[in-house]
Structures are given as structure tokens and as C-alpha cells.
Design a protein around this ligand. Structure first.
Ligand SMILES: NC(=O)C1=CN([C@@H]2O[C@H](COP(=O)(O)OP(=O)(O)OC[C@H]3O[C@@H](n4cnc5c(N)ncnc54)[C@H](O)[C@@H]3O)[C@@H](O)[C@H]2O)C=CC1
Ligand SMILES: [Mg+2]
Length: 327
């Protein structure tokens, strides 16, 4: 097979035990309602996450612990709205955590919660990785509920369980679960250089690894097809590195790999409809880019001609791993 196996570290035991508790919350509506009273909430307004700066100026996604019913009552809203919260299942300390989208007075909410609702693209560049990942997860779950209110077979309204882990159509009996769109991402190496590309929608100067949505096919097939289509290359080997849920354009599941091609077949034929540019980069160029803070704005808010994605993107991990392997 094209794939080389890789060992993945399993969860520590303590994490495993609290996962069992969270599994119970997914299935037991009463236990979940109870947990919602004592748990914490990540708030969104029309899918924009609440963001706040702490006293050190660090941007955070705050977890609201004041009973949200009180906030809703102060705004003159129905406090039952809190039951629309969705269980997110895991914080780093494995406490039950929920997310809730409020489509109410934005200013009033911001004042009572002490933060601002920020577009997720902007929030992603400002938040640290664990917060950014949780915000992405919350937004994905909330968006899924907002777009799956009806059965696609019968058109009947679907009914959610308390945790929000599923929606059922009482008419057809079909159960719907939150979904992600699988994407294969590859950092291609020819042995001494690596291939990065940019789409016209990326911030100026940013180059990243190649990626593409999987059709109904294996990842190996998707990668072969994507590399042939986008840059005209033939992949030789593939090694799994890591995976990531990615919120752009919405709810992708990125499987990130290292790929190699033959060093005597490196000529690129770039699909200009998909990519603005694709180029081979030397180790020196990559090392210089990895030294920059991101986004690397100078004093006049200008970006350099070449930089790589921030740590929140799994693409950067691939690039860092490739650079480390070249030493
Ligand atoms: N973290 C990172 O550094 C990077 C992340 N990405 C992510 O990888 C994913 C794939 O990126 P692209 O190169 O744009 O994909 P792509 O190369 O498959 O091209 C996008 C096209 O695929 C089609 N498509 C098929 N299935 C789709 C689906 N489920 N959702 C949307 N479009 C679908 C559409 O016609 C769309 O225009 C996106 O989520 C993107 O945000 C891409 C590059 C870098
Ligand atoms: Mg692509």
C-alpha cells in the first residue's frame, strides 16, 4: 500500500474514565440537563464566538459560568433558550462543556458577558490553539443543528436529544449525526525541497501544503487525484502525520500526511483555476519562514512575500516536521 504505518499515542487512563462520563451525558437526557446547570458554556452570536482579552492582553474564548438563564432574563428573553445548548464533550480538564448560539441583542449580550462576538476567521488568528480548536468545534456543532432541522427524506422536522449528539426524524426513523467533510492534505517532498501552494483567497504571501476534499474514494486515491489535478505530480509514498477538524469553509476533517515523489519528476503543471501559485521551497527558505511570528505584519502592516500558516493549522506541523527531518 501507499501508506506507511505510524504509531499514535492512546489516551491516558484518567482521560478515558471521564470520557465514559461524557458518553453517559450524550445518552441520558436528564443527566445532561443536570450537567448543563453546573457546566460551562461557550457563547456564539450568529456563529461568531465570544472573545475576551485577559489582564495580560491575551485573547481568550471565555467559558461562561454565571447561569446563562440570568443573562437571558436580564435581556428579557426566555430562559428556556439555554436548553438549546449542545454538549461539546471535552475541555482539557474533561469537564462537561456546552456551546450555545444566541441570536439576540448583540450589544446587551457583549456587555453582560464582558467580551465581543468576533468573526471566526479573525478569532482564529488571535486565539491560542486549544481555544481556537474549541471555538471551531462549537461552531461546527451549532451550524450542523441549524442546518439539519428537517429530514432530507420526508421534509419533517427532526428532533434532537438533550446533548445534541443526534437528531431523529419521527416520521422516517432516520437518525442524523454531526458530520465532517474528509480532506487529505499532503506536504510533498522531492528529497531536498518541499512543495507549497497558495490559493487566491489566502492572506497575501501565505503558502501552505496542498489539500483537497475526498470524493467517495480512499485517501490514497484522493491524494493521487489531487496531486495530478492541481500540480501534475505523481505521488510515490505517503506517511500519516496528524489530523485536525478545520472550520473553513465549514467543518472539514483534515488528514495531514507527508508525501514523496521521485526527484527526477518534479516539474509542476499548476492548475491556475484552483491555485494562484505552487513552488518548490528550499530548507533555508522554510527555516526562515518558521522563524517569523504569524501573521508576520511589519510596522506598516505589510506582509512579506512568503510565510507559512500559524501553529493552529496542521499544515504548519507538517512543514515543521519536514524541516526537522532534513537536519
Ligand atoms: N490548514 C491549512 O493550512 C489549509 C487548509 N485547507 C483546507 O483544506 C480543505 C480543502 O481545500 P481546497 O484545496 O480548497 O479543496 P479542493 O482542492 O478539493 O478544491 C475545492 C473544490 O472542491 C469541491 N468540493 C468537493 N467536495 C467539497 C466539500 N465537501 N466542501 C466544499 N467543496 C467541495 C468544490 O467544487 C470546491 O470548489 C478546505 O477545508 C481548506 O480550508 C487547505 C489548504 C491549507
Ligand atoms: Mg486544493
Amino acid at each position: 500500500s501507499l501508506f506507511k504505518p505510524k504509531l499514535v499515542t492512546p489516551l491516558p487512563f484518567s482521560t478515558y474514565v471521564s470520557r465514559i462520563y461524557l458518553m453517559k451525558l450524550k445518552e441520558d437526557d436528564d443527566a445532561c440537563r443536570e450537567a448543563l446547570r453546573s457546566g460551562n458554556l461557550m457563547l456564539f452570536h450568529k456563529l461568531a464566538p465570544l472573545v475576551r482579552r485577559n489582564k495580560h492582553g491575551v485573547c481568550q474564548s471565555p467559558r461562561i459560568t454565571t447561569p446563562v438563564e440570568q443573562i437571558l432574563e436580564k435581556l428579557g428573553q426566555d430562559k428556556q433558550l439555554v436548553n438549546e445548548a449542545v454538549l461539546m464533550s471535552s475541555t482539557e480538564s474533561n469537564e462537561p462543556q456546552f456551546c450555545l448560539d444566541v441570536d439576540l441583542q448583540q450589544n446587551g449580550m457583549e456587555m453582560l458577558c464582558g467580551g465581543v462576538f468576533m468573526d471566526i476567521r479573525k478569532a482564529f488568528l488571535m486565539l491560542r490553539t486549544p481555544d481556537a480548536s474549541m471555538v471551531a468545534k462549537g461552531q461546527a456543532l451549532l451550524r450542523w443543528h441549524q442546518t439539519h432541522g428537517f429530514c432530507s427524506a420526508t421534509g419533517h422536522p427532526t428532533v434532537r436529544n438533550q446533548s445534541g449528539s443526534q437528531r431523529v426524524c419521527p416520521n422516517s426513523g432516520i437518525t442524523y449525526y454531526p458530520q465532517m467533510a474528509p480532506v487529505v492534505m499532503a506536504l510533498v517532498s522531492d528529497g531536498s525541497r518541499c512543495l507549497l501552494a497558495r490559493q487566491s483567497t489566502f492572506p497575501p504571501g501565505m503558502y501552505s501544503a496542498l489539500a483537497g476534499f475526498c470524493d467517495v474514494e480512499t485517501m490514497e486515491e484522493a491524494l493521487r487525484r489531487e496531486l495530478a489535478e492541481e500540480v501534475g505530480l505523481e505521488v510515490e509514498t505517503l506517511q500519516y502525520s496528524a489530523s485536525q477538524h478545520w472550520p473553513f469553509p465549514q467543518t472539514s476533517f483534515l488528514v495531514a500526511c507527508h508525501a514523496t515523489i521521485s526527484p527526477d519528476k518534479t516539474e509542476l503543471s499548476v492548475d491556475k483555476a484552483e491555485l494562484e501559485d505552487a513552488r518548490w521551497f528550499s530548507l533555508e527558505e522554510i527555516q526562515a519562514a518558521l522563524q517569523m511570528k504569524t501573521p508576520p505584519l511589519n510596522r506598516r502592516s505589510e506582509l512579506p512575500g512568503f510565510w507559512v500558516p500559524p501553529a493552529v493549522a496542521v499544515a504548519r506541523r507538517l512543514i515543521q516536521e519536514w524541516a526537522d527531518q532534513q537536519q
